[in-house]
Write a protein that binds this ligand. Sequence first.
Ligand SMILES: [Zn+2]
Length: 71
Amino acid sequence: MPIYEYRCNVCNEDFEKLVFGNREVFCPQCSSNNVKKKMSAFGMSGVDKPFAGSSSAGCTSCSKGSCSSCK
Ligand SMILES: [Zn+2]
């Protein structure tokens, strides 16, 4: 899932958005499409593993649980 961080150029609101294709992104605060993409939010700290508790939990060589040694 492509999640991107955006900042609104109108009201300076920071928000994250799931983006499919080249769909336009609108600020949730003021509904303007004058927004600037910052960076991918993937791998940010504070995100719980979706499959914690399964046999793949506990991999220490990566932070996403998707490396070859996780399987
Ligand atoms: Zn805004």
